[in-house]
Design a protein around this ligand. Structure first.
Ligand SMILES: Nc1nc2c(ncn2[C@@H]2O[C@H](COP(=O)(O)OP(=O)(O)OP(=O)(O)O)[C@@H](O)[C@H]2O)c(=O)[nH]1
Ligand SMILES: [Mg+2]
Length: 432
């Protein structure tokens, strides 16, 4: 691993500009209710004697502007087929021309393609309908109708496409293109006059990151990110400074880089939707490793640590199994000295060796990030080699079979189909 200081570039997850790191919290935060753990810590810090404040729990959900657009629902419709035509050949010196009706053209298909330049599902906020063009109608003289134009739905890397009510899941990476819905296959007999399929699809963006920084609010997660790479997340001395994940690229060498995400603080009950963290916990699902930042200067760092671990576990047990680094932060403060030794012993008894750092003073941060990189290397996972489903199988088997029949037919003139249909109908009549 290279020892060069982390020089880096920044990926911005937000589409709006970051708020400046001012000391006064925005008014909306005043209404944010904190759970028992935080209020207890705050009370202890303020010298209160243990009387518990009852946090005012507000049922209101996170305002839309504070959400990142990482979930969307879109309506896709494959193009209808063009109608086949019934026509007969009329030509001089040809006594019985026979049928010469061309097929209807195929309806346009709906594709999904990953656009590396996109980093959120924000474009789907206003435009949710994607319709492929219908196929042209057939003509006489065995002329088939034109194929309808396809529609390509562009999504950011790491998007999961889900069909409502079904388990069809698709993970996509830059440049990956797949067929979501095939268009109608051109009209022939009555049985084939089937319209282009319509679907409501759910899109979910799971950030493509290598290392996630997690921890309780105000632990110093954003400060750590700002120190190890060129990202400039908002840092302030109040909980929930970070409302959306911040991404940064840490580069150790030419070919060894990793994408690090600083996630909003986690609270007790985050898995049930308390605070903001749960909105973003799913982004950690694809991380190879986690950095768990603990503010050791707080009166109950071990409780904070346990609460965050429990939230991760309750959200997804697989998260708790991910390799992680524990970083004791704010070691420059005198309060940290009182806590860190006993806390360290407790962790060591569980086989965890924590790192000590002071993110503000940039001490010990390099070791933490190197340890996270080491875990990433050991896990042998990169951002893109997670489970990838190369073939989009969003459409059902019936549709696939249908698609095959029509595609594989080498002779797709209206005449041969009409002949085939008439033979079929004869058979059917005999069977009846
Ligand atoms: N003394 C000291 N203060 C620190 C250290 N690291 C961070 N802080 C301060 O702690 C406060 C919170 O830091 P942030 O980086 O915003 O914490 P966070 O975990 O991102 O907080 P949220 O985004 O609200 O969850 C800021 O005032 C920082 O200056 C440290 O090592 N020592
Ligand atoms: Mg933060």
């Amino acid at each position: 691993m290279g020892t060069a200081a982390a020089k880096s570039q920044t990926l911005s997850f937000r589409n709006q500009s970051s708020p400046s790191p001012v000391a006064n919290p925005p008014p909306t935060l005043a209404s944010c209710s904190l759970p028992s753990l935080l209020s207890r810590n705050q009370a202890l810090r303020n010298g209160a004697t243990g009387e518990e404040e009852t946090p005012s729990v507000k049922e209101k959900s996170v305002p839309a502007v504070m959400r990142s657009f990482d979930r969307a629902k879109i309506y896709v419709k494959a193009g209808d087929e063009g109608n086949g035509v019934v026509a007969f050949r009329r030509e001089k010196y040809v006594a019985v021309g026979g049928p010469s009706g061309g097929d209807g053209g195929r309806g346009g298909d709906v594709y999904v393609e990953v656009d590396g330049a996109m980093n959120s599902l924000l474009p789907f906020r206003n435009s949710v309908h994607f319709r492929a063009e219908r196929g042209g109608h057939g003509h006489g003289s065995m002329q088939s109708g034109a194929k309808g134009e396809d529609v390509v739905v562009k999504v950011p890397p790491g998007t999961v496409v889900r069909m409502s009510g079904k388990n069809n899941v698709l993970l996509v990476y830059p440049g990956h293109k797949g067929l979501l819905l095939p268009g109608g296959r051109g009209g022939r007999g009555n049985a084939s006059f089937k319209s282009g399929t319509i679907r409501w699809l759910e899109l979910e963006l799971k950030l493509v990151v290598d290392v996630g920084i997690v921890g309780a609010p105000n632990a110093g997660k954003s400060t750590l990110l700002s120190v190890v790479c060129a990202a400039k997340p908002a840092v302030a001395n109040y909980p929930f400074t970070t409302l959306l994940p911040n991404l940064g690229v840490v580069s150790f060498d030419y070919d060894s880089t990793m994408v690090v995400a600083d996630l909003p603080g986690l609270l007790e009950g985050a898995h049930r939707g308390f605070g903001l963290g749960h909105e973003f916990l799913r982004h950690t699902e694809r991380c190879a490793s986690l950095v768990h930042v603990v503010d050791v200067s707080s009166p109950l760092p071990d409780l904070e640590f346990d609460a965050v671990c429990l939230e991760l576990k309750l959200f997804n047990p697989k998260l708790a199994e991910k390799p992680y680094v524990v970083a004791f932060n704010k070691m420059d403060l005198p309060e940290a000295y009182e806590n860190w030794k006993s806390f360290k012993e407790k962790l060591q008894s569980h086989g965890i060796t924590p790192f000590c750092m002071s993110a503000v003073k940039r001490e010990g941060t390099h070791e933490v990030i190197c340890a996270a990189y080491e875990l990433l290397r050991k896990s042998n996972k990169t951002r893109w080699n997670m489970k990838l489903d190369l073939d989009c199988k969003i459409y059902t088997d019936d549709e696939l079979a249908m698609k095959k029949v029509w595609h594989d037919s080498s002779d797709n003139s209206g005449v041969s189909r009409m002949k085939k249909m008439s033979t079929d109908s004869f058979k059917w009549a005999e069977w009846k």
